[in-house]
Design a protein around this ligand. Structure first.
Ligand SMILES: [Ca+2]
Length: 363
């Protein structure tokens, strides 16, 4: 998801200061230089990272078409997990009894003892403004069960904060809204032998959406992204042709200085079944020396430690000690959608990401 890697810039600011073509040329030249320097400092670290999908570039992602998966509506066998020695560390089944948010909302929604939410824009040149009103509870594929529904839609927001860390004057206008939550519960792999992070999700179908289930490291006094690490368990999109997602990516990030990602070639694209008409279980098993990614309990990707730091997709064991929180987000637009992305309409009923539950097991 690369939360801090790219800056939002000039979404709502024009070039009215430029009065002649010559001035415009100079201005744009300066701007490109400025952006290059800022991008270098904030995102690329000027040295190691060639992996960020910065605008204007394309990159090869390891790609594998998994066996055709026709399973639909997967259910987790928790009893079996517990019999095998796994203990549950965190869960939210998004059931009834949640706290009303915002007050007066028609549905009980987020349990604020478990989650925080964003009320702002984000990063990566994403177009949405996150707000709690886009987080609701609704019926799932199981009678009597409820899902957390994160809904992206077209909605005008005037002078919204451009990020959770924006100053009072750092505001902009937005034409899309959506939702993002982060778990209050955090965990380090190094406190356990193994950690499994699960969610049961049905993805939205609207073009331009960027649903993601991931972990983000907790900032420390001298530690920022990607020093604190990140594990992307699932991120997907509807392509420029509007095709229903049949692919998603796994990834992770780690670095030793702010903005300087050392992970190389760990983005892995998984070809699977339709992700939008069925609920699927996405999971990563985090071990000291590897990340093992599962789709409906089928192992589809392993990122393993390799002493060769340049080996593609290698795992960096320092991540093991980095405190993580869980994030569920539904962005609209942004760098992940690629250079050909053009913002458009989100048809009614197509902009919702359905999350039945999230669980963390440890042993
Ligand atoms: Ca549920």
């Amino acid at each position: 998801m690369k939360p801090h890697s790219l800056i939002n810039y000039n979404r709502n600011h024009g070039f009215s200061m430029v009065e002649t073509a010559k001035q415009l040329t100079y201005f744009l030249a300066d701007k490109r230089l400025y952006l290059a320097v800022v991008f270098c400092l904030l995102s690329v670290g000027c040295t190691q990272n060639k992996e960020f999908p910065e605008p204007g570039t394309t990159k090869a992602i390891p790609h594998r078409i998994a066996p055709v998966i026709t399973k639909c509506g997967s259910v987790l066998d928790e009893a079996s997990l517990i019999n095998k020695g796994w203990n549950i560390l965190f869960e939210d089944n998004f059931g009834k009894g949640g706290i009303l948010l915002p007050p007066g909302a028609p549905n009980p929604t987020l349990d604020e003892t478990k989650w925080t939410y964003w009320t702002s824009g984000a990063y990566n040149n994403e177009l949405q403004y996150y707000q709690p009103a886009n987080l609701t509870l609704g019926n799932s594929d199981v009678a009597g069960n409820l899902d957390l529904m994160i809904t992206a839609k077209e909605e005008h927001i005037e002078d919204g904060a451009i990020s959770p860390y924006a100053g009072p004057t750092e505001v902009g206008d937005f034409e899309y809204t959506s939702g993002r939550i982060e778990s209050i519960q955090t965990f380090r792999g190094s406190d356990y032998n193994k950690v499994r992070i699960y969610a049961r999700i049905k993805l939205p179908t609207a073009y331009g959406l960027w649903p993601a289930f991931w972990t983000l490291g907790v900032d420390g006094p001298n530690e920022q992204w990607p020093q604190n690490g990140e594990i992307d368990i699932m991120e997907s999109k509807v392509d420029v042709l509007g095709n229903v997602p049949t692919e998603y990516q796994t990834n992770y990030f780690y670095g030793t200085s702010p903005g300087n990602n050392l992970v190389s070639g760990a983005e892995f694209e998984v070809g699977v079944a339709d992700l939008t008409s069925c609920y699927h279980i996405f999971m990563v098993e985090w071990r000291e020396e590897e990340l093992k990614y599962y789709f409906d309990e089928l192992l589809i990707d392993t990122k393993t430690y390799d002493p060769d730091p340049l080996s593609s997709g290698h795992y960096i064991p320092e991540l093991w000690d980095k405190e993580q929180r869980i994030v569920l987000s539904l962005a609209y637009g942004g760098d992940f959608l690629g250079n050909n992305f053009v913002p458009g309409a989100i048809a009614a009923g197509t902009g919702t990401m359905y999350v039945d539950w999230v669980k963390v097991f440890v042993k």
